[in-house]
Design a protein around this ligand. Structure first.
Ligand code: SAM
Length: 350
């Protein structure tokens, strides 16, 4: 799912072809890719395996995938979840959930946020599965961890909600932040598309194993706001010191266009924005995944069918220790990037 430039796919298939030809012979690999540009890149980079009849490239959204795969299969999603859209919601001290809508204000030529009572079934479903709210007709006793009182649903009046204690052990889990927010509204960015992906896995790939890897922390949380996205734009800066050096070396005030346009004279730097309300397409917007909550949601949606659903969350270094020949990557100084880099990255395996 979301093969990017096709590098991971090509590496997996190259490896199987050379080291496990018997497995390669029986392998059927598909990439479902939403971006037309990346789909074209995959055609180039993975041409060999397409020609061998081992790889099929589909230009489609995973969410629109219609085919049902009845065989056991592995669904791989590397750095896909961080790009998925989230819903922004707020929960007030009484536990009322509101959903955030964004409008474009033509007068101000800017985006505006408006909070409305939550009616979105997907949001309610996510919050229930993640254990943030509980839907029932009877009043429930509160978890001693929270001071929230009875929460009458405003939209339908049909059920009572209870903010529950979170089982998440993660440091940036909602639980600790919920506790911080008592007494005021707390804003959450919740991974509703991630839930749709999990539901799609359950419906269309009933015997799947899910392998996904993503950022588990981006350092964006603030008091009163959980799971804020990282909003980044890359800027190209001219290295004026390079140009001045050239001017000195050439003893001239007039540099050639080639001297100036050379890539060496530019550096690419990322700038992070405070708000996600930036013009469409301008910035890279991505979110951290709370893997412990995801595991909880996943196990509820993909109930065990034939023992395939036992799932694991592993930090990147743990994953490398278990599955990679990581010793081969130790540098001369003793530094091992497979173990020491990507400390804010986790794997989910089912
Ligand atoms: C950050 S890239 C990761 C690429 C690759 N997996 C890797 O690790 O190098 C995210 C990829 O997911 C794709 N993508 C995002 N949403 C998708 C969807 N709903 N269906 C299919 N592909 C999607 C993007 O177009 C992109 O190729």
């Amino acid at each position: 799912m979301g093969g990017g430039m096709g590098t991971c796919c090509r590496n997996i298939l190259d490896y199987l072809e050379t080291d496990y030809p018997e497995i390669y012979k029986n392998t059927e690999y598909h990439i479902i890719e939403i971006s037309s540009q990346l789909h074209e890149q995959q055609k180039i980079r993975c041409a060999h395996h397409v020609t061998n009849g081992k790889l099929k490239l589909h230009h489609d959204s995973f969410m629109d995938w219609k085919q049902v795969e009845q065989d056991e299969c592995h669904v791989i999603a590397m750095e896909v979840l961080d790009n998925c859209a989230h819903d922004k919601i707020s929960i007030d001290a009484d536990g009322n959930v509101k959903e955030c809508h964004v409008f474009f204000d033509k007068g101000k030529n800017y985006y505006e946020e408006v909070y409305l009572d939550c009616r979105d079934e997907l949001i309610i479903r996510y919050l229930t599965l993640a254990g943030v709210i509980e839907t029932s007709n009877t009043k429930t006793k509160f978890s001693p961890n929270f001071t929230y009182t009875s929460l009458q649903d405003k939209t339908k009046g049909a059920f009572t909600k209870l903010i529950q204690s979170f089982s998440s052990k993660s440091t940036n889990g909602m639980r600790s932040l919920l506790m911080n927010s008592i007494g005021g509204d707390h804003v959450f960015y919740i991974p509703t598309v991630q839930l749709q992906i999990i539901e799609k896995l359950q419906q269309n790939f009933p015997k799947h194993h899910f392998i996904c890897a993503d950022f588990d922390y981006l350092g964006t949380d603030e008091s009163g706001e959980s799971n804020r996205p990282l909003v980044q734009k890359k800027f190209k800066f001219m290295k004026t010191s390079n140009l001045l050096r050239k001017i000195r070396e050439k003893r001239t005030l007039f540099l050639s266009p080639e001297d100036i346009s050379s890539e060496d004279n530019f550096s690419i730097e990322s700038h992070a924005f405070r708000s996600y309300l930036v013009p469409k397409g301008e910035c890279d917007i991505f979110f951290a995944t709370d893997f412990n909550i995801m595991q909880q949601v996943y196990s509820k949606v993909c109930q065990d069918q034939g023992g395939l659903r036992g799932s694991l969350v592993m930090k990147s270094s743990q994953f490398m220790k278990e599955y990679a020949e990581y010793e081969n990557f130790t540098t001369k100084s003793g530094y091992n990037p497979l173990l020491k880099d990507y400390t804010n990255f986790s794997f989910f395996l089912s």
